[in-house]
Design a protein around this ligand. Structure first.
Ligand code: SF4
Length: 456
């Protein structure tokens, strides 16, 4: 497995990617600010959102029990999955039992998290993503690079190239031409699929309803046209009441895409009833833990408040320079850097905690005020260092807290580091030091320190 550092360097040298990211991220970041300002008192709205999420996560067991009871009362079936393998097995089992050969999917990060598509395709079940961005990512054989805008890293020429290969004829680099092709392809899939799979942006405990937020209407098609609907959600997506939903929905759409409300908000409560004109014959809700319980009651619990809006990605200087693929995980950006070490383990994802300048922009943008920088520092303290690195940190601490050693360090450091100063910054340097100077503009030690100037 490559490191974040390695993948980030590849991204930084990709000029087209840099251009695409700048355009996409700036658009989203500006739209969020305007949309929140239009909500009247953005700070009060965010404080309400935070209070609701704090209360929900603190009493999550009770809310999940109520949700499950109401889903069953509505005629749905609830499945509890401890981990990704269990969630995949539950869904595969339903698909096999129902003789499913084709599945249409609406964008869902929960299913990305459990790598569901691979498992379905390994069982010879055709699985079609129907969100336009996800559809293009699937055709390009790439994972999404942003939780809200999966294909934001590509421009329309790159997208047309992907679609041209699928179509077997030239498709113009034009949004309408690309849309028309995808629409024609997907219509037939919607009508012939036996199963639809969606995520759940929220699940409301008081009525047992799941809520889908989309702009393309594909979520409604996936959940109503096929005869079986399976919704997959992380346990943290539960909300107590519809009043709570009104607050969080307003924060989600404004923070994600800068819309007061998305084009479609679908609330689904169980399978089709006798007098319904459409809807699935079966509704299954898969509620998965998959590592979330390791966050409960600890210093990372606050991360479970996340509503997956993506706002922290759009303002993060590291994400904006490297894109989602550099994180090597389904969740990227600041939220991913906190979530992944907990969900996927420190040994595979511990280096993501260093993928941050700790500038605090993510905390300022987060609609539910999650203190991401605090948790990144906490993860950094847990990442094991090599013996030599640990020794250097210890020596640095002693040097920084002992005035005489500090002064000696500055004196000799100023002389020693002169060898590595080029173009006004330290470049290269001895091993370990060069890991810092390689990716940063590291200034040389000042010719006169603050203490020296203060004396004068
Ligand atoms: S951490 Fe906050 S800003 Fe980032 S995705 Fe989650 S809710 Fe949105």
């Amino acid at each position: 497995m490559t490191t974040f550092e390695h993948r980030a360097h590849i991204a930084l040298n990709d000029i087209v990617l840099q251009k695409n990211l700048k355009r996409g991220m700036n658009y989203f970041a500006n739209a969020r600010v305007t949309a929140l300002a239009a909500a009247g008192d953005p700070l009060a709205l965010r404080q309400r959102g935070k209070a609701i999420r704090d209360e929900t996560v603190t009493h999550i067991g009770a809310h999940l029990t109520q949700l499950a009871a109401n889903v069953e009362r509505n005629g749905g079936v609830v499945h509890w999955a401890g981990d990704a393998a269990e969630a995949r097995a539950i869904i595969l089992d339903i698909a096999k039992r129902e003789g499913v050969r084709r599945i249409v999917k609406s964008k869902s990060m929960a299913t990305e998290e459990i790598e569901l598509n691979h498992a379905l395709e390994a069982s010879a079940i055709e699985t079609v993503e129907t969100d336009l961005g996800e559809y293009i990512a699937q055709q390009a054989h790439e994972p999404p690079s942003h939780i809200i805008a999966p294909i934001v890293h590509k421009n329309k020429e790159q997208i047309a190239e992907v679609i041209t290969k699928v179509a077997g004829r030239p498709i113009e680099a034009d949004a309408i031409a690309i849309n028309n092709f995808a629409r024609a392809e997907l219509r037939e899939k919607f009508l012939s699929a036996e199963m639809g799979i969606t995520g759940a942006n929220f699940a409301v405990a008081e009525t047992g309803s799941i809520v889908l937020v989309t702009n393309e209407g594909n979520g409604r098609m996936c959940s109503s046209a096929p005869r079986v609907h399976v919704a997959v959600m992380g346990a943290d997506k539960v909300l107590p009441t519809h009043d709570d939903l009104a607050v969080l929905l307003s924060l989600l759409t404004r923070s994600a895409t800068g819309q007061a409300i998305s084009v479609y908000v679908s609330m689904l409560s169980g399978p089709r009833r006798a007098d319904d004109v459409d809807g699935p014959e079966q509704f299954h809700l898969v509620i998965m833990d998959n590592g979330r319980s390791t966050f409960y009651g600890g210093e990372f619990q606050e991360m479970l408040n996340c509503i997956r809006c993506g706002a922290c990605l759009n303002v993060c200087p590291v994400y904006k320079a490297t894109s989602g693929h550099a994180y090597g995980a389904c969740y990227s950006g600041p939220m991913g850097a906190v979530l992944m070490p907990g969900l996927g383990g420190l040994s595979d994802f511990g280096d993501l905690a260093h993928a941050s300048s700790l500038c605090g922009a993510c905390r300022d943008a987060c609609p539910v005020m999650i203190d991401i920088p605090r948790m990144l520092v906490a993860w950094r303290q847990r990442v094991p260092h090599s013996r030599i690195e640990a020794l250097l940190f210890r020596l640095t601490r002693i040097g920084m807290t002992t005035p005489l050693l500090y002064r000696l360090g500055v004196f000799f450091g100023r002389i020693g580091l002169k060898l590595f100063v080029r173009d006004g910054r330290i470049q290269g340097g001895p091993p370990l030091i060069n890991r810092w100077t390689h990716g940063r503009d590291f200034p040389p030690i000042a010719t006169r320190t603050f203490r020296e100037r203060w004396k004068e």
